[in-house]
Design a protein around this ligand. Structure first.
Ligand code: GLA
Length: 414
């Protein structure tokens, strides 16, 4: 949540609120029954893949940037690798007319024409709004205009909506229930349900993406308001510390994910900031282990070959998109190394060994315990970054550079 300096003090209070809610929202190994999924709308049966404008362009994004992104998804082979959604994030919105209809601003002169262009490439178009009066960047959002906005999205041919809480917090939750956190949460859930009803009434299938930073254990109620995905944490940044903190906050949430409804640890930062190649690789690998939406957020026209190689690694994408839809879990951590597994269709297993510490070289390698994973070596495996077959033995020494990962697929674990 990037808060513009111009926002009122009441909104600044939400930052503190966000931080405390984040702490409180730490995943637990709960034994409660899973929520019943809303009737499947047949979208997002595997985690959505595509590109979103925010992580690279933020408030500067224009119609032309979106067209360029669509062209690039096709020409780089990303579309063929599975990336189909082109999602416009915040700052496309203009003012509402006297009729209540929201206009686009001058950066987006004709949204229907843009949607037609994106569709002509065999891609889908996503858009952004929120339940409050304003978006996070201070543009017009959907409060009291939900049905109108949903119908307009449908008439444009929109395929995906990201719905961001932001100003709903000070404008509605804190206004209507200043001292009652539970009532604030009920208001929030009702607002998300209201837009779901509006989308359904508008009649065009759209992926419904909740963005409210994981508040009130959203994974427990997201499906009941029709969500196909829900952010589990505050905003990602193109720094290892941010990526690693978000990753750790996912441990324990696996059972809430499945076809049509996914935990969303936020969009990819692969290729952004100063992430090292190892960090980009680990970030992408772990988002695949998490069955996370793979929404690239980089500068596609200037994408370096090594970044494209990561984003289009078909074996890693196949982990993310595995049709069972079972999210991975962290099995154990030892010496700053985390070992996660993910069950795949056909009885296969993905194993990720992530080194969050300093380089592990031949003097003191990391020793992988297959026994702790309930497995017995030797096991035939494929290293998904080198593409080579390898054998996994119990307690085998692994040399792993700092922030790098070993990601393997074991076809027949035993
Ligand atoms: C919030 C969201 C971000 C992005 C911005 C846009 O911070 O969490 O992902 O959508 O708003 O203003």
């Amino acid at each position: 949540m990037r808060i513009p300096a111009s926002l009122p003090v009441s909104l600044l209070a939400l930052i503190t609120f966000t931080v405390s809610a984040q702490t409180a929202a730490a995943p637990k190994a709960a034994q409660k029954p899973l929520p019943k999924a809303a009737p499947a709308n047949q979208v997002a049966l595997t985690p959505p893949m595509g590109w979103n404008s925010w992580n690279f362009f933020a408030g500067k994004v224009t119609d032309q940037d979106i067209r360029n992104a669509a062209d690039q998804l096709v020409s780089t082979g990303m579309k063929d690798a599975g990336y189909v959604y082109i999602n416009i994030d915040d700052t496309w919105e203009g003012d509402r007319g006297a009729d209540g209809v929201l206009r686009t601003n001058s950066k987006f002169p004709d949204m229907k024409a843009l949607a037609d262009y994106v569709h002509s490439k065999g891609l889908k178009l996503g858009i952004y709004s929120g339940p409050g009066p304003k978006t996070c960047a201070g543009y017009a959002a959907s409060l009291d205009h939900e049905a109108q906005d949903a119908q307009m999205y449908a008439s444009w041919g929109i395929d995906y909506l990201k719905y961001d809480l932001c100003s709903f917090i000070p404008a509605v939750m804190m206004q209507q229930a200043p001292n009652d956190k539970a009532e604030q949460m009920r208001l929030m859930v009702a607002a998300y349900k209201k837009m779901d009803d509006a989308l359904k009434a508008a009649g065009r299938p759209m992926v419904y993406s909740l963005c409210q930073y994981g508040w009130d254990a959203v994974w427990e109620w997201g499906p009941s308001v029709g969500a196909n995905l829900w952010r589990t944490t505050d905003d990602i940044r193109p720094h290892w510390d941010s990526i690693y903190a978000i990753l750790n906050a996912q441990a324990g949430l696996a059972r809430y994910a499945g076809p049509g409804h996914w935990n969303d640890p936020d969009m990819l930062e692969v290729g952004n900031g100063r992430l090292s190649q190892a960090e980009n690789r680990s970030h992408f690998s772990m988002w695949a282990m998490l069955a996370a939406p793979l929404l690239a957020g980089n500068d596609l026209p200037n994408m370096k070959p090594e970044i494209k190689a990561i984003l289009t690694n078909k074996d890693v994408i196949a982990i993310d998109q595995d049709r069972l839809g079972r999210e991975g879990t962290r099995i154990y951590s030892e010496d700053e190394v985390d070992v996660w597994t993910r069950h795949l269709s056909g009885g296969a297993l993905a194993i990720a060994v992530l080194n969050a510490g300093s380089d592990r070289v031949a003097t003191h390698p990391f020793h992988l315990s297959l026994a702790k994973l309930g497995l017995h070596g030797p096991l035939q495996a494929k290293d998904l970054w080198t593409g080579k077959e390898m054998s996994l033995a119990d307690n085998m020494p692994l040399e792993l550079p700092s922030h790098d990962i070993l990601l393997v697929r074991v076809a027949a674990p035993k």
